[in-house]
Design a protein around this ligand. Sequence first.
Ligand SMILES: *Cc1c(COP(=O)(O)O)cnc(C)c1O
Length: 463
Amino acid sequence: MSRSAHPAGPRHADVLPEGHYTAPAADLNVLDPKVWAQTVTRTESGSVSVGGIDVATLAEEFGTPAYFVDETDFRARARAWRTAFGHDADVFYAGKAFLSRAVVRWLDEEGLNLDVCSGGELATALSAGMPAERIAFHGNNKSVAEITQAVEVGVGRIVLDSFQEIVRVAHIAQSLGKRQRVQIRVTVGVEAHTHEFIATAHEDQKFGIALADGQAAEAVRRALTLDGLELIGIHSHIGSQIFDMAGFEVAARRVVSLLAQIRDEHGVELPEIDLGGGLGIAYTSDDDPREPHEIAKALGEIVTRECEAARLRTPRISVEPGRAIVGPTAFTLYEVGTVKPLEGLRTYVSVDGGMSDNIRTALYDAEYSVALVSRTSEAEPMLVRVVGKHCESGDIVVKDAFLPSDLAPGDLIAVPATGAYCRSMASNYNHALRPPVVAVRDGEARVIVRRETEEDLLRLDVG
Ligand SMILES: *Cc1c(COP(=O)(O)O)cnc(C)c1O
């Protein structure tokens, strides 16, 4: 069994049981709107278009493999999150899901804030004009240079991740004559993935400071005594690709009880809590994600109820969706290179990309869908595995799916829901050239991240 290593064990990666695949859809030509970006449709000629542009035209102009992001859909999702949470909450887009200067501008225009977790992400955000006070800086091992830059430019908050970092950030802020707004990231003992979560006393992972054994309370005590820090709240992020709100409920309850403890011990009511990201999206037709307004309502109710019970003023809530905003808005377009039937097993469909543009299948056993998009077909469905061109048998893009049995070299196929953690985790394995990201909107397509060239590769290799 080739189960890949998720820190919480295979049960907690976004996986389905070994050997699982859904039966073929009744009609493989139909695109399930749940997994495809908003403006993706099949045209009368049978090919697929996004933003009003045919995929064949896009492939001709931009090449394959390439990521196409539906800007209309991205903006709509960003707006839906912002309006769902209204004026009582802040939405921070998690830049690690996918960040580029165009994306930063879209977020800025739609009124969202931004999470970054490295100097590179911060530089991208600032260079696209995101106001520093709307940026939050994350990470379990921010360098002194990163912290210094973040404090200097005046980021809205730094999320402190360890006892050493509390002192480090305080010292840097003080030496710059500043008081930095900070939150403390706590681990609440909830590990949540997809349809299940486990609540434990201790978490065996690198992020945050444990609520257990009074550690988080001690971190708060220390932060409150340091002049360089203004402690504004508590942060919790419990997992990824979560559909079930129960994990958030346990997390919120535990964070609120810490707030009550802080009030009792220090006479301070911290004004903010951040419940992190991790909201799931549909990668296949089997997934049923919740709408932002349902999530906002559920989270708001949980926090309000817990605060009333603890007689606390309800803090300002923030959330940090990454995948849930950008994930569904893009697809990867590939050209089929070879089709290899393995008698009695399945047919291997090799495409011109692979694990270098989508590592999630190899890394997490993630599930994806796939469709023939350059034409329709009435041929019988065949069970396929879509694989890449890398020198590695684990180079799988879509583990189990159905495509028409007349699939042939030269056909274009597309994998939907690749907006998050695909380009941002892309690599140069086998000296692959990382694909471009092309934004499509209202009949216009423009490159927002260009394709790498051999010249780019050779420029880094200084001989
Ligand atoms: C990764 C991450 C997120 C975003 O997670 P998604 O699954 O993309 O929503 C939000 N907050 C923190 C602290 C993270 O590490």
